[in-house]
Design a protein around this ligand. Structure first.
Ligand code: GLA
Length: 740
């Protein structure tokens, strides 16, 4: 890995064995973009790749020049990376190279979550300073390259070096000019209970984007986009990834210009945003993670999975086993008392489950969703001995204890509201819009964050609590803070999320042993910003196995299995009413951080035995399910959509678990083989299935020792298509591969 600067060619070349990123200081001093993609040889100039000589913002042919951090007003009419309102009211900006530094490692971003290094030698950072001497603005562009990852982490710092205030109207974390537009844009879009559905559409002239204006990244779009060639599959072809380490209003946008080039940009959504920069003040963008793969979407995902698991998730939990949890939400909703909870915990313990998480309803007078958010004092009517007594009893049973909390929220009917009626977000001149009967606290106010740190710390400190599920169940309306002057109201949404980050940082520092799980009505804030504090997230409120195939498939594009909380729930499913076999529900939820969301006290003996077997199976293969290499095989979004398959392979390729899911049964199916990936072609694998099929007298024994070469080239003959007696809708079969 190296960052080279050639003074003669005026070029920067960031490279490792997997990728190269080339920047050139143009003749007029602007920062030109030359190349991002597969690694190129070092010690050479690549400036000639950009056709024509540079004359300002267009070349000799009048074509737009690829730029690193484009601005408006001097001839580049495409989407800018930075838009300012200068003291004279103009927005013309012309950034020219001033200086640069190459730093070992990666600097910490104050106030914002970011990827990090463990040692200074694993990455290098280039900081280029560009300035506009008329506007008296300095921009520091940051590029980090790790020695062994196909990613470039980017961000920017905007400094007002003039004597008057300047307004930032929009600032991106990264902008990338690509030389053609022969790409399909893949986004993860959806709604509550159907998050992260994969959308794939060819780029066309003009702009196309995903974004949020909700104050959270949102269920509707995830802050991740991939560009893939039309022919790119999971296994083959080129792909770029754009991921924003941010949990608030974001924008990831592409623009295809009249010459068929593509500009991508990613950053805080400029819609509704402005930021006043006083003289000397600096604005720091969240960071964007750009990735390149020449080996399909699978390789792109692998780059994000490893980076997010190893260098975004905080060190305290990144390498540790995540417990198998039982959560009481779908088992009881608000209707519980200590006896009921202990009965659940005790039954769960008999099944091998490791942690009990007490969900909504333990505090204030909360017996439905109309009251008490903000009153984080235990409800003694339900839990007479308080949290401590309950937690100790749960621990005596043999489980760890965890708790649900929604710190950013406040109910109208709450003591907190009576004490601080001005803390909920809203305008004094308008009624506040309610969502799920609740308001959002003004997290831009330091006193609110301080207060919450105090009460949440008191809750966590009051009992042996080892797990916190931090929920956030509605989006922001009437964005406004009375503590900000009129000309700073455009800062509100970003200040809100900075407040959330500050609370997360303080709490995770104060309680490093506690495992935090983020949640926002399921996957409404499943983003890299949250992962920096909470190593896992509740993937979706939808626990139906069939729906989860799509949700988990889409979520896995950027996010690792270790971040996806996935539970088995009761049937008929509470979100869609579907009845799927218990084995199918587990076989889907295994591929993530596994748990249960049902009442184990009402199970039949047969179901209890099945669940005990599931928990034991997950624990046996936990390392594979939480840290293996995840490979998607058959997409629920493609083909006839009646099946899905994926697998996880150990880092040394000695073991693997393959999941194959048949959604609707087919009459008279033909034989089917599933080609696996990521195995050792020279190894022989013992193949066993889960659930273990009942012995069928007279059926020839299945061949159980198969070569890695055969499994990858010819494929695995699927059991589910061989035995007609096993047919039926919603069937899952797992194949465990162990190298002998
Ligand atoms: C949200 C969460 C659920 C549950 C409820 C409790 O919807 O996503 O898992 O915690 O809140 O009110």
């Amino acid at each position: 890995m190296a960052i080279e600067w050639s003074a003669a060619a005026r070029e920067f070349h960031l490279r490792n064995d997997q990728v190269s990123y080339v920047i050139r200081v143009l003749e007029n001093g602007s920062l030109g973009h030359v190349y991002f993609g597969a690694a190129l040889a070092e010690g050479k100039s690549y400036g000639h790749l950009v056709p024509g000589e540079f004359y300002g913002f267009s070349n000799r042919l009048g074509q737009a020049v690829p730029l690193e951090f484009p601005t408006g007003g001097t001839g580049d009419y495409r989407i800018p990376a930075l838009a300012l309102e200068l003291p004279d009211g103009s927005g013309v900006l012309d950034l020219r190279y001033k200086s640069h530094r190459i730093l070992p490692g990666k600097p910490v971003l104050p106030g914002l979550p970011s990827t990090y290094v463990d040692t200074g030698v694993e990455a290098e950072t280039l900081e280029i300073t560009a300035s506009d001497h008329v506007a008296q603005i300095e921009v520091r562009l940051l590029y980090t390259i790790y020695h062994d990852r196909p990613v470039i982490v980017r961000g920017a710092r905007i400094v007002n070096s003039g004597p008057s205030p300047v307004v930032v109207r929009g600032v991106m974390s990264a902008s990338l000019d690509l030389p053609d537009s022969d790409w399909e844009l893949i986004s993860l879009s959806g709604e509550w209970a159907r998050e992260c559905h994969v959308e794939r559409l060819a780029l066309r002239p003009g702009r196309q984007s995903v974004s949020s204006t909700r104050g959270a990244s949102g269920h509707q779009h995830n802050p991740f986009v991939a560009l893939a060639r039309r022919a790119t599959t999971e296994e083959h072809g080129e792909a770029f990834g754009f991921s924003l380490v941010y949990s608030g209003n974001f924008l990831i946008e592409g623009e295809v210009d009249s010459f068929g080039t593509t500009r991508m940009r990613a950053g805080i959504n400029p819609e509704g945003f402005s930021w006043l920069l006083d003289p000397g003040a600096e604005f720091i963008t969240p960071e964007a993670v750009l990735a390149y793969s020449g080996g399909g979407l699978g390789e792109l995902s692998e780059a994000y999975h490893l980076l997010f698991r190893e260098r975004l998730t905080g060190p305290a939990w990144r390498d540790r086993d995540r417990p198998v949890v039982i959560n009481n939400w779908e088992a009881t909703y608000f209707d519980f008392d200590e006896q009921k909870l202990l009965a659940i915990a005790s039954a769960a313990h008999d099944l091998g489950i490791e942690s009990f998480v007490l969900d909504d309803g333990w505090f204030g007078r909360r017996n439905d969703d109309t009251t008490s958010l903000g009153d984080w004092q235990v409800n003694h009517a339900k839990l007479p001995g308080g949290l401590e007594s309950l937690a100790r009893k749960v621990e005596e049973i043999g489980l760890r204890f965890g708790i649900w909390i929604e710190p950013e929220m406040i109910s109208h009917h709450s003591e907190l509201f009576a004490q601080h009626p001005d803390w909920p977000i809203g305008l004094p001149t308008r009624p506040r819009t309610e969502g799920r009967n609740q308001y959002v606290l003004d997290m831009s106010r330091p006193e609110v964050v301080d207060y919450l740190f105090g009460v949440v710390s008191a809750v966590i400190g009051s009992a042996p609590i080892s797990f916190v599920k931090w929920d956030m169940n509605r989006n922001i309306t009437e964005p406004f803070s009375p503590t900000l002057p009129a000309w700073r109201q455009g800062e509100f949404m970003h200040r809100y999320i900075l407040g959330v980050y500050s609370l997360y940082l303080r709490l995770t520092r104060a309680f490093p042993e506690v495992l935090f799980e983020s949640c926002a009505g399921g996957g409404g804030r499943f983003d890299p910003g949250m992962l920096a504090f909470a190593p896992q997230a509740w993937t979706s409120d939808d626990t139906d196995a069939v729906e989860r195939l799509k949700i988990q498939w889409g979520t896995s594009l950027p996010y690792p299995l270790s971040s996806m909380s996935a539970h088995v729930s009761a049937v008929p499913n509470h979100q869609v009413g579907r009845i799927t076999p218990l084995s199918m529900r587990a076989a889907v939820a295994f591929f993530g951080v596994f748990g249960y969301e049902l009442d184990p006290t009402v199970l039949s003996a047969g179901e209890r035995a099945e669940i005990a077997d599931q928990v034991a199976f997950y624990k046996k293969w936990r390392d594979l399910f939480q840290r293996g290499r995840f490979l998607r095989l058959l997409s629920p979004f493609e083909g006839e959509r009646d099946q899905t398959a994926w697998m996880t392979v150990a880092r040394d390729a000695r073991t693997a678990v393959v999941g194959h899911y048949r959604i609707l049964s087919r009459p008279n199916p033909g034989p089917q083989r599933l080609r696996l990936r990521g195995l050792d072609p020279a190894a022989s694998y013992r193949v066993s299935t889960w659930p273990t099929p009942a012995e069928v007298p007279g059926r020839p024994a299945r061949q159980v020792l198969l070569g890695g070469d055969e499994l990858m080239a010819a494929g695995l003959v699927l059991e589910s298509n061989r035995a007609s007696a096993e047919q039926g809708d919603f069937r899952a079969r797992l194949y465990v591969l162990e190298a002998s």
